[in-house]
Design a protein around this ligand. Structure first.
Ligand code: ADP
Length: 495
């Protein structure tokens, strides 16, 4: 059996170079973990304006990328490695596409109109990089709509090249809400052939849907939790693609993301007031006091302190928090929110903080430091998402002994086990209905447990802190899928 696989990993963002969301965390960590298992991984991503060219190695010779009616466009190529690993990252440099302030949208949140061309360019460039460096991939792993055309490009344009003749493709869906839906003229730019513009492949409502085409063409499709893999096959969570995904469910897998414990560990965290761990949790109360002070809340040890960190978008359940806010604000509990996003929410929560300044505070903005302080200093962590492919904050919370209160959906449902008052089992609190009443009742239940059932709370806290979601575990699950897919395709070819 094959040992070290050659893996070409294509993503529109990767930590630490460019990040707007969870995709970047995965694209930075998974290749590293796969490399740790003995695989040879090359990452391909754009050289965005914000990525400093002078910190990268310049590779000689331009890279020609065929763009249909636009002709061949010539890109520059740069190289670096993922810090702490030997994994090479290749940056596609093309000023007219990637030399902008945003990754996908301008400062006002409007998507760039040529996103179809930009990401067709990136995806094709990935194949051209492989050719240039003479890298014959066993696996092409693409991510989300941006690079979802890779499987179809492999089939229609590249598998004839000896370098790609045994290559199989894996597509990971990090969030089904964004599918890359464009004017159908993009078929010409992609040069995949109009015969693939049909309702079973690329076509959706007379437009071209990148993700739909990717799901059809990929040899395997994965998403970032088992529950989400099941949910995206239903109309409620399928964003119009549930039928299409059901038709391909034989090759669909759910693998929960890992987290980076070198960054999220209360024993070593440099952002927090005092370090602590499962054997001695006493530092946590110092973190709580500092958090209260930092946010201008009364320093009370006995009051339950509930944290929230996340994008202020509907997906994260901010609408239900807003609808429950008056009742929540009258609980004897403290709330600390950190986030930014939709303007109404930024205004609304700041306003509530002004009205209930004794127990409700909100910081609008992005702050790595405050995120760590909230994880460490809170007793409970609120994540009432309407849908959640995986979710990271609830996993960080477990490690910090901060019990999550979550809506039972996607990765939240997979990683959090509801408190069972009869047996004492569980590592958090769950509710099912996306309603303000369900949210309020569960927050109250969690607060009561914290206050009046201290032994049960402490036992859950211990269990939470013991749980591990290592990238190695997740990388092994990807490895299984790679090998399975690779050998099934090989076998099919020889049948
Ligand atoms: P998503 O990718 O949907 O935004 P995840 O829970 O998977 O949600 O990951 C979000 C990541 O971004 C977490 O690491 C979280 O701590 C971080 N984050 C989100 N908003 C903020 C913020 N305002 N300040 C600091 N970190 C944030």
């Amino acid at each position: 059996m094959k040992k070290g696989l050659n893996i070409l990993f294509i993503a529109s963002e990767a930590v630490p170079f460019a990040k707007t969301g969870g995709l970047a965390d995965v694209a930075g960590a998974l290749p590293k973990a796969l490399s740790g298992l003995g695989h040879n991984v090359k990452v391909i991503m754009p050289r965005y304006y914000a990525i400093d060219r002078t910190a990268l190695e310049h590779l000689p010779g331009p890279l020609g990328v065929s763009m249909g009616p636009m002709g061949t466009l010539w890109a520059g190529l740069y190289k670096n490695v993922i810090p702490g690993s030997g994994v090479e990252v290749f940056f596609i440099d093309y000023e007219a596409f990637f030399g902008r302030s945003g990754l996908y949208a301008d400062e006002d949140g409007f998507s760039y109109e040529d996103n179809d061309n930009r990401f067709i360019f990136l995806t094709k460039a990935a194949f051209e990089v492989a050719k240039k460096i003479d890298f014959s991939p066993d696996i092409i792993h693409c991510n989300d709509w941006h690079t979802a055309l890779a499987p179809l490009l492999l089939k229609t344009r590249y598998s004839f090249d000896g370098l790609f003749k045994d290559t199989v493709s894996v597509l990971t869906i990090h969030n089904l809400q964004h599918q890359g839906h464009f004017f159908k003229g993009a078929v010409d730019v992609a040069e995949v052939g109009w015969e693939h513009f049909n309702p079973h492949e690329l076509e959706a409502m007379d437009g071209m849907n990148f993700l739909k085409g990717g799901i059809a063409a990929a040899d395997a499709v994965t998403t970032v939790s088992r529950k989400y893999a099941a949910q995206i096959q239903t109309p409620e969570y399928g964003f119009g693609l549930d039928g299409h995904i059901r038709a391909h469910s034989h090759k669909l897998y759910g693998i929960v993301n890992g987290v980076d414990y070198s960054e999220w560990n209360p024993a070593t965290d440099g952002y927090i007031a005092a370090n602590y761990d499962i054997d001695d949790i006493s530092g946590k109360v110092e973190c709580k006091r500092e958090l209260q002070e930092r946010f201008g809340l009364p320093q009370r040890d006995e009051v339950p302190l509930i944290g929230f960190v996340g994008r202020f978008v509907e997906q994260k359940g901010i609408g239900i928090i807003a609808a429950a806010i008056e009742k929540l604000a009258h609980l004897d509990a403290q709330f600390v929110m950190l986030g930014s996003g939709e303007k109404w929410a930024e205004g609304f929560f700041s306003d509530i903080a002004a009205r209930y300044s004794g127990n409700f505070r909100c910081h609008v903005g992005y702050s790595e430091e405050l995120a760590h302080k909230i994880e460490a200093g809170s007793d409970l962590f609120l994540m009432p998402s309407l849908f959640e492919p995986c979710g990271l904050n609830q996993i960080y919370s477990l490690r910090y002994g901060t019990l999550p209160i979550v809506r039972a959906t996607g990765g939240l449902d997979d990683t959090i086990h509801n408190y069972n008052q009869a047996t004492g089992e569980g590592n958090g609190f769950k509710f099912y209905d996306a309603t303000p009443d369900a949210l309020y009742a569960t927050v109250k239940w969690a607060c009561d447990t914290y206050r009046y059932d201290k032994d049960a709370y402490a036992a859950m806290q211990k269990r939470a802190m013991e749980a591990r979601f290592d990238w190695k575990q997740s990388a092994e699950a990807y490895e299984d899928i790679y090998l399975n897919t690779y050998y099934s395709k090989l076998a099919a070819r020889h049948r």
